[in-house]
Structure formats: C-alpha cells, structure tokens
Design a protein around this ligand. Sequence first.
Ligand code: ARG
Length: 478
Amino acid sequence: MKKKAGVRKNSRPGAPPAKFWQTRIGDASDELAEKFVESLSVDYRLAGHDIRGSMAHAAMLRRVGLISDRDLRRIQRGLAGILKDIRSGRFIFDQRREDIHMAVEAALIERIGEPGRKLHTARSRNDQVALDLRLWCLEAIAALNKKLLAMQSGLVRLARRDGAVLMPAYTHLQRAQPIAFGHELLAYVEMLQRDRGRLADCARRTAVSPLGSGAAAGTTLPIDRRLTAKLLAFPAISENSLDAVSDRDFMVELAFDLSMIAMHLSRWAEQWIIYASTEFDFIRLADRHTTGSSMMPQKRNPDMLELIRGKTGGVYGQLVALLTMLKGQPLAYNRDMQEDKRWLFGAMDTVGETLSIAAAIVAGAAIKPDSIGSRIDEGFLDATALAEYLVKRGVPFRSAHQIVGKLVAHCENSGLKALADLELSVLRKTCPRIERDVYRTLGARCVAENYASRGAGGPRQLRARLAAWEKRLNSIHH
Ligand code: ARG
C-alpha cells in the first residue's frame, strides 16, 4: 500500500490532503478519474448554502460542547472569509477537491488549521449536500415566485389597458364564441397562480432539515438537530436518516413544477406566435422581440416566443433525467445522486430566463383592436347565444341547436355573413317563437355583454376579475 503517494500534491506540512478520504485508499490522483468524478464545476453554486449550513453546524457543535468557544470563533471567521473571497471571485476552485463541500472545508483548514479539522464532526457530505440542496431550492423557489408574480402583473396590466377588445374564443382553433381579450390574458394568470401554489407546496416539503443524519445512520455524538434546523429557519427535521440522505423528492417536485411552468409559457408563446401572424394579426410584438430574416427583408419573426416553446422539451428532459437517475438506487446515498444538480440547475436556469423574457414580451406587446374588430362578426360567434335565446322562450336546447344550425346554413347558402343579417320574417319562418328583440342578442358585442355565468368571458366579468387580481397582486408586492 503506497499510503503516502496520494498526498504528493499537497506537500506543505499540515496542509490537508487533496482528498480527505484518501488515507485509507492510497493514490487517488488520477486525472481522468478526478475529472470524471468531480462536481465542483456544477456545485460551486452551492457555496453560499454550504457555508450557511456549516455556520449553523459549528454553532450547534459549540452548544453541545463538541468544540470550544475559541474553535467556533475561528471557524466562523474562517468561513466568513472564504465566503467573501468566493463572492469577490478571489477564491480558487481546485478541481482536485472534488466538490464544493471539500473545497470549502480544505480552504478552512488551510486558513485556520486545527479548529477547521473539527467542523466535520458528526457530519457527512451526504447530509451536508442534502441540506445544501434544500437551502438552494428554497432560495430558487422564492426567486421563481417573484418572476411568476412579475409575469402575472404584466398580463394583468395589459388586460387592464387593452383587455376590453372583443375577440373570438377558439375551440379546435375554429371561431367559437366572443370574449374580451383580457379574459384570455387572465387565463394565463390563473395558470401561473396554480404554479405559484405548487411551488409553495413544494417549499413546505423542502423545508425539512436533514442535517445530523450523517452518512447513513446518524451519529453516536450528542448533537442537537433541532438547533441546527432552527438556525437555518427549517420548521421541521427529518425522522429517518436513510431517507434523509437519499431523498431527492423535493428536487423532482421542483423539476416538475418547472416543467409545468415551461408548459404554460409554451402554450402562451404558441398562442401569441399565431396571433402575431399576418393571418390572425391580433397582436404586435415589440421590434426588440422579433428578428429579421437573412434572406427575406420583410420578415418580423417571433423568435423569442419560438425559443420559449422550443426550450420546454429540455426542461421536461431534465425532469425525466432526475426521475430516472433515482429509480434504480438502493438506500441510502449513492454517487449517482451527484447528477441531480446538473438537471435541476439547468431546468431552473432555463425557466428563470424564460420567465424574464416572457414578462418583457408582454410589457412590449400591443393588441390590435382594429384588426381584431374588423372580423369579429365573422364565424357566427353568436350562434350559441341565439340558441340560448330560444331556450329562454321554452325551446328545448337540442331543438334550438338544430334551428340555429339551419339558420347558419341559410346564411351561408345565401351569402350572408352574420345571423343579424337575416330578416325577421326568415327567422320566424324557421322558429315562430323568435321576436323582434332577438336582434338585441345578436352580434359579438351583445353576446359578450349578456354573459351571465360566473367565470364567463364578457367585459363585466373581466372588470370584476381584473379588480380582484390587481388587489391580490398588489397586496403581495407591498
Ligand atoms: N458531490 C457529492 C454529491 O453531490 C457530495 C456527496 C458525496 N458523498 C459521498 N459519500 N461520496 O452528491
């Protein structure tokens, strides 16, 4: 056994070996293997969380008498110095340290010597990384929630400004019934609200402290897990050490929540790509949110919206990667888990950037009322309302449906664009219960104003929902 061989790279006396575990293993300094196994290039993003966790752990070690006051002060000062250096970009991340946990601990020992060697008492990288990830997720969830709020507010603002414009609602991308444009905008606000609810729910299950679970089975040392949890603002602690070090459910949940957000944004992007086409011409995107063609000088392509749609598949992929990474693992920790960060960080970055650009696109867009309005009475959007008019006069709905179907066919055969263009005599010949007041129920404007059900798409409902959303979102902002 060439025990000493692996320490070659750190020849300074008293300096920690490149790997803390290598005294048992021997020479572990193989460049190819090191590069393959390291996670520092990904988990350097956990530095701040790792140090927060170590601060709490050290404070607890002091409280239960495992380290001295003096040790604690040196550890605290050392960690604070490392954090400062990391923040200012002065810290050198040495890939031989494998991961952020060892990089920080080694730097601490290098800086403060002996007391630094006590920090890892009653702790393993396994509960350490589980803790760091939970802290990171909680922070990411808070940031994401803010971005979702900003997107919601943007949609509400646009709905307030231009939302009363009437447009067709679609089913099967065929004209269906008239609605206020704002009603459609607020549909996305509802989706994002559910996303925020899911994140809040995920945060509850994430805010459980695994610290003190050790490598797999806990520790014989008299630690105080409630104290570290309290110092880190976790309302709960885990109850099973095996589960605590190998549970990544919170990451899978978050990845799912991110997938759902990406899916919602993708649907919205698709909607607006269609609306920005010449065929629809419902909205105009700001110039900065379009790109030109290298060949066709007239083009204004909605590339940002297309990328929002296009990136969604990658986010789903990262969710599936996480689920699949977990599915074959025996309890408890296995190195497979190191791959968790890559996927979750990636999904979070993508969705965060997507939300930022989406909010900017909404803020820069304008609805085109003239273009929408010039065709609003095409497509017999009032057909259902006419059938309901007949229902109010005692005609069974199925019969009313047939009658209106006949009237629509009559219009089409005689070249009339709208039901309102039919003479009263023609209407009455098809159904004698129709009176002159029928014309007050025809046309997109009348229909939209006559919606009576809660959650309907008329301007009256829009005003109420807008007020409710504004109140709700404002109360969160302030
Ligand atoms: N870098 C590792 C990870 O991200 C930290 C935990 C390593 N633990 C271990 N026993 N090898 O999962």
